[in-house]
Write a protein that binds this ligand. Structure first.
Ligand code: LLP
Length: 430
């Protein structure tokens, strides 16, 4: 489904348009998102879970990247949406996502966020703490509603990923530990509150994970809790959500699982566990963000200063940096990079692609080979920047955040426009 290639002149094309034309029209740095690929990935997830013969829901994790166009695509492709702030909720509603297909997350949802979500009638709120169980119940009751909720638990598995994005170990801010009967106690309390309709248990073990075994352990433990609940309360909760976190290929060393594979692994384990516990199989949902949007976009930069440090490496400075991709600085993330505005047969040179910000940690690609004839004005592209790049972009050094341009069938249009100096100054009311 990817529509990236090179034309006869050696210029990379996406969705039928070459990158030089795109750079002229939209400037650099800019994110170019392949709409056909995004939609194909939505369909692949949707079908992988439906294929298993039962109802299952895919909630796209909006934190990876959210805009009104994205919400419309999700809607058209039959996906639901996970939001974790009032801003994401507002974007979802503004673009016409039906509230009942929205899930609200967060470890510290404000009263205003909870009220808005309950009033709008979101399909579920994922409860993250004992205090929040009470808070949401009171708000729902005050508004005369019964809110559908799941309880997020931490199942205590070690996800093999960066510490900052691993979320299933117990010593952290998210969720209620399964350990010491805490999750069971949370369920006990939630079942007693009139404002809540407890529909299921939620687990999210972390992000950028390649191994399905962590999900399997999580599924095993979540079903174990469902069984405990059935035994204690005579209630079979109808849903479980196993979160997001499926890894993508940032470099050729990464070997991601396909949605079909993860769907099958999850289904198999849930079925097996439910059968042996004598439970009806609950409705399953998942929340992929990165795996849907990550591979669909690349960042296009123009090369500026090229500084060769003999015996060390060559520093290639681009017109963006940590303001449009913080992931390298924050998580030691690895990316690849390629010269895309022309072909080159020059020798490869060991390069470090850096931004234009005022600190030495401002690295986009730590180690990469670029052709030795690379020169100012060349265009280079960093693939797989669809997730957590624009959504985590900043105005550091008063950088203007780049646009997101959707490309499809020879047409390109901004779905998020480039920021301007007026945008910056509009907020500066001093
Ligand atoms: N569900 C929940 C409850 C989550 O917290 C997350 C991600 C997801 C789903 C989606 O995970 P995904 O499928 O995208 O891995 N900024 C970091 C990633 C933080 C993820 C936070 N939660 C990064 O750039 O790697």
């Amino acid at each position: 489904s990817r529509t990236v290639g090179r034309n006869a002149d050696g210029v990379v094309t996406v969705g039928g348009i070459d990158v030089k034309t795109l750079a002229e029209e939209f400037g650099t740095p800019a994110y170019f998102l392949d709409e056909a690929d995004f939609r194909a990935r939505c369909r692949a997830w949707h079908e992988a879970f439906r294929e298993q013969g039962e109802d299952a829901d895919v909630f796209y994790a909006g934190k990876a990247f959210l805009s009104r166009a994205v919400v419309r695509w999700l809607n058209e492709e039959g996906l639901n949406l996970d939001v974790c702030s009032a801003g994401e909720l507002a974007t979802a509603l503004a673009a016409g996502m039906p509230a009942e297909r929205i899930a609200l997350h967060g470890n510290n949802k404000s009263t205003a966020e909870i009220e808005r979500a309950v009033e709008e009638g979101v399909g579920r709120i994922v409860l993250d703490s004992f205090q929040e169980i009470v808070r949401v119940a009171h708000i729902a009751q005050r508004l005369g509603r019964r809110q559908r909720v799941q309880i997020r638990i931490t199942v205590g598995v070690e996800a093999h990923t960066h510490e900052f994005i691993a979320t299933a170990h117990e010593d952290q801010k998210f969720g209620i530990p399964l350990a010491d009967g805490q999750a069971a106690e949370a369920v006990r309390r939630a079942l007693k509150l009139d404002g809540l309709e407890l529909i299921g248990i939620h687990s999210h073990i972390g992000s950028q994970i390649f191994d399905t075994s962590g999900f399997e352990v999580a599924a095993h433990r979540v079903v174990g809790l469902l069984k405990e609940i059935r035994d204690e309360h005579g209630v079979e909760l109808p849903e479980i959500d196993l979160g997001g976190g499926l890894g993508i290929a940032y470099t050729s060393e990464d070997d991601p699982r396909e949605p079909q594979e993860i769907a099958k692994a999850l289904r198999d384990i849930v079925h097996r566990e439910c059968d042996s516990a004598g439970l009806a199989v609950p409705r399953l949902s998942v929340e992929p963000g990165r795996a849907i949007v990550g591979p669909t976009a690349f960042t296009l930069y123009e090369v500026g200063t090229v500084k060769e440090l003999p015996g060390l490496r060559t520093y290639v400075s681009v017109d963006g940096g940590m303001s449009d991709n913080i992931r390298t600085a924050l998580y030691d993330a690895e990316y690849s990079v390629a010269l895309v505005s022309r072909a080159s047969t020059a020798e490869p040179m060991l390069s470090r692609v850096v931004g234009k910000h005022c600190e030495s940690g401002d690295i986009v690609v730590r180690d990469a080979f670029l052709p030795a004839d690379l020169a100012p004005g060349d265009l280079i592209a960093v693939p797989a920047t669809g997730a957590y790049c624009r959504s985590m972009a900043s105005n550091y050094n008063h950088a203007l955040r780049p646009p997101v341009v959707a490309v499809r069938d020879g047409q390109a249009r901004e779905i998020v426009r480039r920021e301007t100096e007026e945008d910056l100054l509009r907020l500066d009311v001093g």
